[in-house]
Design a protein. Structure first.
Length: 400
């Protein structure tokens, strides 16, 4: 936090010189969520009713803006293990009570250049490597400096240096679930717009520079390419993604390993019906723990199922073959953005190609004014990895 304050104070005089016609924008959002988990092998189920509130203020003047936001998470019903408190005999629901400064940033932005310094949310590409973990109540933010440069139309360089990761564990975080993890994290992405979509080269260097974090074994360097885009095909809109990366140990990581990442994904929106399929591989090296492809700073909930069985990649890696189907309506009576979706996952190991299990995920959501309501269900059927798990969520979001 000291480095964050120094950066903000250093930039403040330049911002003050532009302090004319200041506009103020209040920030506010709230989320009430019930989550239930039934997991084989544990003595009791978990039930959590939590309320997350965020509030802040953004001030803008010319190319300068300053933003401060705080958040709090209250456990109204706490019959669950949050990773820090409560009986470990219950399943983990990683939403501990918390109060924190979630963002405190100063930004300079013009048409071809944006510089953001301070505590901020970082999102790169699809959040597979670096994300803000928005599904969890406390989220993830970074003490960082980020530069976004667009030298010519269609070309963008996105660079960030983060010296601290503010985790979802909150102010009571300790041990392997720390409040913040220090390290010299370097993130870089260079993208070019082409007729078929966007092509990007990336480098994500993760430095978990604390012994409590798996003895430094989550420090890694990943380099790769990503292609994404969409095209009309008849009356349908087809979106596609292709990605490859190579990861190896970095900084103080005592492991000597290298592993590959692959993603191929395609989805079609037929103006109501939606279908999709994909194949994602987080590869393995020699089968030793933490020598498979790891993404500790990702928004993990978006990938490999909502039951969260693969947030840490198994020693033999994981292959996820998935398919989805759903339907969406722009409006149903007073409701907007009504969506129904089902996703099926089949999981296998990368090394030795063993069965892990399969999972079914279901979601329904709709908007009414400033409110969004959703219901989710996940059912993981173990077949050689982890244990059978069912999860259910009811959630209500409000945004100012």
């Amino acid at each position: 936090m000291n480095r964050t304050l120094i950066l903000l104070l250093a930039l403040a005089p330049a911002g003050a010189a532009q302090a004319q016609n200041i506009t103020l924008k209040p920030l506010g959002e709230a989320r009430l969520r019930y989550e239930s988990v039934d997991q084989d092998g544990l003595a009791a189920d978990a039930d959590a009713l939590t309320l997350r509130v965020r509030a802040g203020l953004e001030a803008k003047s010319g190319p300068w803006s300053a933003l401060v936001e705080g958040q709090g998470n209250l456990a109204i019903a706490d019959d669950y293990f949050d990773g820090l408190h409560g009986p470990a005999a219950r399943p983990l629901i990683a939403d501990p009570q918390n109060i924190a400064l979630s963002r405190a940033q100063l930004r300079f932005s013009q048409s071809a250049f944006t510089l953001t310094a301070g505590r901020q949310r970082l999102v790169f590409d699809d959040e597979r490597f670096v994300g803000s973990v928005p599904f969890r109540q406390n989220g993830q933010s970074f003490d960082a400096v980020r530069a976004e440069i667009m030298p010519v139309k269609g070309v963008k360089a996105d660079l960030a240096y983060a010296w601290s990761v503010r985790t979802i564990c909150g102010i009571d975080g300790t041990g392997s679930r720390q409040q913040a993890v220090s390290g010299d994290n370097l993130f870089g992405n260079l993208s070019v717009a082409i007729p078929a979509g966007k092509l990007a080269a990336f480098a994500y260097l993760v430095d978990q520079d604390e012994a409590a974090m798996q003895g430094y074994r989550l420090s890694s360097q990943s380099y790769g390419l990503r292609f994404e885009g969409s095209q009309p095909v008849g009356k349908a809109k087809v979106a596609y993604q292709l990605s490859y990366a190579r990861q190896s140990d970095w900084h103080r990581n005592p492991n000597d390993y290298a592993a590959d990442y692959w993603l191929a994904d395609i989805a079609a929106d037929l103006g109501g019906p939606r279908v999709g399929a994909g194949y994602e591989i987080l590869g393995a090296d020699d089968g030793a723990a933490l020598t498979s492809f790891q993404t500790p700073l990702a928004t993990g909930f978006k990938f490999q199922g909502w039951a969260d069985k693969f947030l840490t990649t198994p020693p033999d890696g994981v292959r996820d073959l998935y398919a989805s189907a759903g339907w969406s309506w722009k409006a149903v009576g007073p409701l907007k953005g009504v969506t129904l979706q089902a996703v099926y996952h089949d999981y296998r190991s990368d090394r030795a190609s063993r069965a892990y299990g399969n999972e079914i995920d279901l979601v329904a959501s709709a908007k009414l004014g400033k409110y969004t309501a959703s219901a989710r269900y996940a059912n993981y059927d173990a077949d050689g990895f982890a244990t059978d798990t069912e999860k259910f969520w009811l959630q209500l979001d409000w945004t100012l």
